[in-house]
Design a binder for this molecule. Structure first.
Ligand SMILES: [Zn+2]
Ligand SMILES: [Zn+2]
Ligand SMILES: [Zn+2]
Length: 732
């Protein structure tokens, strides 16, 4: 008799173990296939992880184990969900990130294949009917029937839907043709004309040779936008494919990487695309094409790192510094590069990390020689970098009389662009109208009841919205505390700048892009297209507008307040701000000579100064010293322990307890640092109080078992939870 050990679909960490079931029907069950099982009086989906042959009868076995063992109700898959490599990978990720293994399966698989009960309502394989000829003899056929038979015969097969129904059915009746089904791909690829490869310049050629012939397994390809990284990717990929191997290409966000995807489609035939904005049927179809070995290249966002490619010869991580490569909105909190390195052990491929501003971790590894450092220093089109002016906002004389938020020089520059029919971009890295609303009489600030953070005023719908849990209420006219009507809208966001700009330039055509808008995908594409087509003069937006897009007619970028990100209590705040400013400035002058105006209260801050000079190396040199001084990555590895619960006292006590426990464990050990407990930046989120402890260490193997013990300890606690985030990006 067989006992099936099943992982069920709940992601709670105390259910992250195997449950035993019998199966009494005859059809075989494959390892790693989905089954429906009874669990707590409900039917749930699960994955078969082990199948054990036992000698006892069912009754004997139940008696022996002392557990009631139920039967699997039904079997979903006829074949395993994952091959051996990916199955082992799921285990490695679960262990490395302290995540329930089922959550790893969720990240790895498209909606139709996720081990969830709800996946059964997701798209299945679609078929299309075709007609083919089985008998060419035209005796006793009508003229119309002969015509159709000839048509099918010359085209070999033809879609059933293209044949007139009545003529077709008589041909079928006479055994002249037959209908057969083929899998249909619901992915839509626009027809793209193929292009020839470009001639590499000297720098590109050198990088190309080193990647293909070098002995290192990872290459940092560092070069500003426009230096020709893509052509190097394309030509290395071509060589790899010639050797019958496959290529995985990751981009930060597919919607921002349209040009990159297009260039790959222009060069290669067998390409699949994977990202979360595809429909579930498209994701399923693309996934199956990859699994069946029908593609050479997969291009996709973060989760494409799990593409079921065989025989991978090359992985490209474009814009490797991008934070979108770290998943932190759901378990597992994995980083694509960590997963790539895990897969590398199996496939033995080469990795290219591409960036103009590499992450501090990557750059330091390249400087140490762990990665091979490659440079592309020339811009292909020889355009100079934009001219950057820093405006000191502490000097009142610089502020315009028309708006307290904009400087004279920025307004002049916009005016100038409007006259010359050129476009401007204004970066405002905060959405909404005003980030807080308070009472001028008593000082009361309107806060979210769930999160204890100030609510943001939104002009668009006259609401106060929490940007952390989406709680919303109507805008107030009177102070809820003292009833005064002196309600004050503090600070500014994209909406307020939009209003100011429209007031100053009533004739200008203004568009706004921020995540209040990008939630509607179609609108995002429309705004980007309209702006590209010169149907607007000014685009105002958050960091979304700083990334990726090439707007040829933009010759001015204004950064309304460069300091916004610097105040966030994260060790990555400087790096993030540097990247944002350099990227934003880079939007100016893609095709013509450009200019950027950066408004700041901190004109001497090294982040602002180096970013405005587009001087990555100077930024790196200073920032890396700070990292060393504070024992932050890349000098250590980091792990965030987030303790949360409904009662503040319990959270506080538990945090102190964790701290004491860690201290006893790491007391004598060098190079393990415990920081905290301290409040999270958002102290209370979704009605849960949150405290954090940060562990910094050099050797993961020393801290891992201790964290494991803590996880087990917390699994028993009812009102508290412990979330582990390894190498966190949101560490605040
Ligand atoms: Zn908002
Ligand atoms: Zn008041
Ligand atoms: Zn909230």
């Amino acid at each position: 008799m067989k006992v099936y050990e099943v992982l069920i679909e709940y992601t709670s960490s105390n259910l992250d173990r195997l449950f035993s079931y019998f199966y009494e029907k005859d059809d075989p069950i494959q390892l790693l296939s989905r089954v429906i099982v009874p669990f707590n009086n409900k039917l749930v989906c699960g994955v078969v992880i082990n199948i054990n042959q036992v000698n006892e009868t069912k009754e004997e076995y139940i008696k022996k184990t002392g557990f009631e063992i139920k039967n699997i109700s039904s079997v979903i898959d006829k074949e395993p969900l994952l091959n051996e490599e990916l199955a082992n990978l799921s285990l490695e990720i679960a262990n490395y990130y302290f995540a329930p293994r089922i959550s790893v399966f969720f990240s790895m698989l498209p909606p139709s294949l996720k081990p969830k009960l709800s996946s059964q309502n997701k798209p299945k394989i679609a078929y299309e009917s075709f007609v083919k000829v089985i008998d060419n003899n035209i005796d006793n056929l009508t003229k119309k029937q002969i015509d159709l038979l000839n048509k099918i015969s010359t085209q070999q097969t033809i879609k059933k839907s293209e044949c007139p129904t009545s003529i077709l059915s008589s041909l079928i009746q006479k055994n002249k043709v037959e209908i057969f089904k083929k899998e249909k791909n619901r992915m839509f690829f626009e027809t793209i004309e193929k292009t020839e490869k470009l001639t590499l310049n000297e720098e590109q050629k050198e990088c190309f040779d080193k990647i293909l012939n070098g002995t290192k397994d990872t290459y940092l390809l560092e070069g500003v936008t426009g230096s020709g990284k893509t052509e190097v990717y394309l030509q290395v990929a071509e060589e790899i494919i010639k050797k019958q191997k496959t290529v995985l290409m990751l981009v930060p966000e597919i919607s921002l990487s349209y040009l990159m995807v297009k260039r790959f489609m222009q060069r290669f035939e067998r390409v699949a695309i994977l990202h979360s904005k595809l429909t579930p049927s498209q994701r399923y179809d693309e996934y199956r094409r990859i699994k069946q070995g029908q593609v050479d290249i997969v291009i996709g966002a973060r989760s494409a790192v799990f593409a079921p490619l065989e025989n991978i010869g090359l992985v490209i991580l474009d814009e490797e510094h991008s934070e979108t490569y770290k998943q932190e909105d759901q378990l597992p909190y994995y980083h694509a590069l960590d997963v790539i390195k895990m897969r590398q052990k199996y496939h033995n491929f080469k990795i290219i990390l591409g960036s103009a501003t590499p992450s501090l971790e990557t750059k330091s590894r390249a400087l140490k020689g762990i990665y091979e450092q490659l440079y592309l220093k020339k811009r292909i089109n020889n355009l100079p970098l934009p001219k950057v002016d820093i405006v000191d906002l502490t000097n009142k004389n610089n502020i315009s009389s028309e708006s307290a938020l904009l400087s004279n020089s920025l307004i002049e520059a916009i005016k100038n662009r409007l006259t010359n029919h050129q476009q401007s971009i204004l970066l405002v890295n905060r959405r909404g109208h005003s980030p807080y609303v308070s009472c001028r009489e008593c000082g009361y600030v309107i806060k979210c009841p769930n999160c204890q953070v100030a609510l943001t005023y939104h002009y668009m719908n006259n609401k106060l919205i929490c940007h952390h849990c989406n709680y919303e209420v109507d805008m107030i006219t009177k102070c809820p505390k003292c009833n005064s009507n002196k309600v004050f809208k503090g600070g500014f966001g994209t909406e307020k700048i939009e209003l100011e700009i429209k007031k100053i330039f009533p004739e200008a055509r203004v568009l706004r892009l921020d995540s209040d808008i990008t939630r509607k995908v179609n609108l995002t594409n429309k705004i980007i297209n309209d702006f590209s087509n010169n149907e607007a003069d000014i685009l105002i937006g958050t960091q979304i507008i700083a990334k990726g897009h090439d707007f040829e007619n933009v010759t001015l970028v204004g950064i309304v307040l460069a300091d916004i990100g610097l105040a966030i209590p994260s060790f990555r705040a400087n790096e993030r701000t540097f990247n944002l400013i350099t990227q934003a400035i880079g939007r100016s002058g893609r095709a013509k000579k450009g200019e950027a105006i950066v408004q700041t209260y901190n004109k001497n801050n090294f982040v602002i100064k180096t970013a405005c000079r587009q001087d990555y190396m100077s930024f790196y040199a200073t920032e890396i010293k700070l990292r060393k001084l504070l024992n932050n990555p890349p000098y250590t590895f980091m792990c965030l322990l987030l303790i949360s619960g409904k009662k503040y006292d319990e959270v506080e006590d538990a945090s102190d307890e964790v701290k004491r426990y860690l201290q006893t464990k790491f007391n004598e050990i060098e190079n393990v640092f415990i920081v905290g407990p301290s409040e999270m930046f958002i102290k209370k989120l979704n009605d849960l109080y949150r405290k954090k402890i940060i562990l910094k260490y050099k050797d993961y193997n020393i801290v891992k078992p201790v964290i494991n013990d803590l996880m087990l300890f917390f699994a028993k606690k009812r009102n508290l939870s412990l979330i582990i985030n390894v190498n966190p990006h949101e560490d605040y």
